[in-house]
Structures are given as structure tokens and as C-alpha cells.
Ligand binder design. Structure first.
Ligand SMILES: NC(=O)c1ccc[n+]([C@@H]2O[C@H](COP(=O)([O-])OP(=O)(O)OC[C@H]3O[C@@H](n4cnc5c(N)ncnc54)[C@H](O)[C@@H]3O)[C@@H](O)[C@H]2O)c1
Length: 293
């Protein structure tokens, strides 16, 4: 099956990146959000990203205009998906919201359309079961920032057809991404490792073993990570990390995944990392300043 038209649900940090890379590869994209202000913000980010590429001579003005011309911002869900060959969902990580959205999409999208979720942890099989086409349902897990990161983690649900996997591998390749194929499990492969690792770094802070800056420096220089774990946690969003940790405990019935009390306390205080201006670092000034705990 040839994919020509893609609907992207959500124009947030992941959705606008997905819309950008798909349009850049030549797909016709409809980017849907629930309020015009989110669509405008997403479009502005795409434009800024593309213009950065112009300065680095990675793209011409003509290619920018063509790419932007292939993205239509849209509010109506039915309109967004009615002629899509592929729907990629990047709405907030909330089970009920995703299940309700997939039910609506299933009714409005053409019968041949493949449905792909960019969820970080939620069961692909559970979402697939909310539709009448579980064989065409799949996980397509991008990484942040989407235009920069080279991987798509493809997740096969219980009923996903091999032919669906093949189409998504082809689309991923066309948008310039490498892939790994994994089976359904909470957090799949990458977040299964990442979230416990980042939580452990938070335990180190909670127990007063190292300061925020020393922990980040130690892991950057000692393990050759491109950024420290607390910087990365602030990047991911502390609320997202807490959500995934709680989901792991529920799904695995294993307390080894439990979130540190410090993480929960910070989320309750509204310290969500970069997006709220405060997390393990304070982002109100020119440079991030590590907080003391
Ligand atoms: N942030 C990351 O590093 C990252 C990485 C991989 C996957 N993800 C996953 O991607 C998804 C989106 O995350 P994000 O970081 O882009 O969140 P975000 O909050 O930046 O964006 C979500 C967007 O979805 C919109 N939205 C809400 N309900 C909607 C609906 N019914 N239809 C269309 N749009 C709707 C919101 O208005 C918002 O603009 C989540 O499932 C998340 O777990 C995030």
C-alpha cells in the first residue's frame, strides 16, 4: 500500500516535529489540534526549524515553501482523517483521551488507513482494541526533537499484521529515520531502560549522594552520555517521567519501578522541568542553574 496523505494528531513538541519530517519527505500532511493557538504555535516552530536549516544550507527557500505548503493546520478531527492513508497520533499521554480519540478516528478514517500511536508507554494492543482494525494498528515511537533524532521504535501489538509493520518501516525510511522493531511491553525497549535509569539518578539526589551538577557531570564524562540524566529528565518532563513510572508499577506489579518521592514532590509543586521553567535546574535566567535539594 502506498502512503500519500498523513494526518498528525497533536501539534505539540512531538506532533509538529512529526508533521515537519513527513511534509519534508513529500507527504501531504494535515496537522490537527484542539485550539487554533496550538496549531499556530506548532506551525511557527516548524517554520523556525526549517529556516535554521536554510542558514546551515541544508535546505533551499524553495524547499521550505514547498514543505510548508504541504502542511495544513486543522481543527476538525473528521476532516483531518477522512482521506488519510496513515494517522499518527501525538496527543497527551492519557489512556482515556487516547482510547476516545482512536474510537472517533476509526469511524472517520478510510478503512485502509493505518493507525499509529507515538505513545511513550501505553499499550498498543489496548488502543488497537478500541478500533475495528487492530491489524492496522501499530506503535510509531519518535524521539525528541523529531527532526534531529534518527530513530523510530516500531511497536507490534498483539494483532498487528506484518504488512502493517512493512509499510511503517518504509515510511520511516522515507522520512530519514532508522528503525528497531519491538514487541508490545510497557515502555517498549527504550523507555524500559531510560525511565528506571533517570529515576535512579533522582534517588542519588534524594539521598544526598551527589549534587545535581556533579551527577550530570559524572554521567556525561564517566559514561560518555551527551547530556546528564537530570538535564535529560528536565527535557523529557518530570510529569511524563512520573506518569510512566506509575504506569510501570501498575503494569508489571513490581515496586522496583517506583518513582522517587522527590520526583513526585517536584511534580506536585509544578516543577515539571524545562517546560515549566523549573525542575532539577532553574531555567529563568540565560543559563540553567542547578537547584539544591
Ligand atoms: N516529549 C517527549 O520527549 C516524547 C517522546 C516520545 C513520545 N512522546 C509522546 O508523544 C505524545 C505527545 O507528547 P508531546 O510531548 O508532544 O506533548 P505536548 O503536550 O507537547 O503536545 C500534545 C498536543 O496535543 C494536543 N491535543 C490534546 N488533545 C488533543 C486531541 N484530542 N486531538 C489533537 N490534539 C490534541 C494538545 O493541545 C497539545 O498541543 C505523548 O503520548 C508522549 O508520551 C513524547
Amino acid at each position: 500500500m502506498e502512503i500519500k496523505k498523513i494526518a498528525v494528531l497533536g501539534a505539540g513538541q512531538m506532533g509538529n516535529g512529526i508533521a515537519q519530517v513527513c511534509a519534508r519527505a513529500g507527504y501531504e500532511v494535515k496537522m490537527r489540534d484542539i485550539d487554533q493557538k496550538f496549531i499556530d504555535k506548532g506551525m511557527a516552530i516548524i517554520k523556525k526549524n526549517l529556516e535554521r536549516g536554510l542558514k546551515k544550507e541544508r535546505i533551499t527557500q524553495e524547499e521550505i515553501d514547498e514543505t510548508l505548503g504541504r502542511i495544513e493546520g486543522i481543527l476538525d478531527l473528521k476532516e483531518a482523517v477522512k482521506d488519510a492513508d496513515l494517522v499518527i497520533e501525538a496527543i497527551p499521554e492519557m489512556v482515556k483521551l487516547k482510547l476516545d480519540t482512536w474510537k472517533e478516528v476509526d469511524e472517520a478514517a478510510p478503512k485502509h488507513a493505518i493507525l499509529a500511536s507515538n505513545t511513550s508507554s501505553i499499550s498498543i494492543t489496548q488502543m488497537a482494541a478500541a478500533t475495528d482494525r487492530p491489524n492496522l494498528f501499530i506503535g510509531m515511537h519518535f524521539f525528541n526533537p523529531v527532526p534531529v533524532m534518527g530513530l523510530v521504535e516500531i511497536i507490534k501489538g498483539q494483532a498487528t499484521d506484518d504488512s502493517t509493520v512493512k509499510v511503517i518501516e518504509d515510511v520511516s525510511s522515507k522520512i530519514g529515520k532508522d528503525t528497531v522493531l519491538v514487541n508490545e511491553a510497557p515502555g517498549f525497549a527504550v523507555n524500559r531502560l531510560l525511565v528506571p535509569a533517570l529515576n535512579e539518578a533522582v534517588y542519588v539526589i534524594q539521598e544526598g549522594i551527589a549534587t545535581v551538577e556533579d551527577m550530570d557531570k559524572a554521567i556525561k564524562m564517566g559514561l560518555n552520555w551527551p547530556m546528564g540524566p537530570l538535564t535529560l529528565a528536565d527535557f523529557v518532563g518530570l510529569d511524563t517521567m512520573l506518569y510512566i513510572s506509575d504506569y510501570f508499577v501498575d503494569e508489571f506489579k513490581d515496586s522496583k519501578y517506583r518513582a522517587p518521592a522527590l520526583l513526585r514532590k517536584m511534580v506536585r509543586a509544578g516543577w515539571l522541568g524545562r517546560k515549566s521553567g523549573k525542575g532539577f535546574y532553574d531555567y529563568s535566567g540565560e543559563k540553567p542553574v542547578p537547584n539544591r535539594f
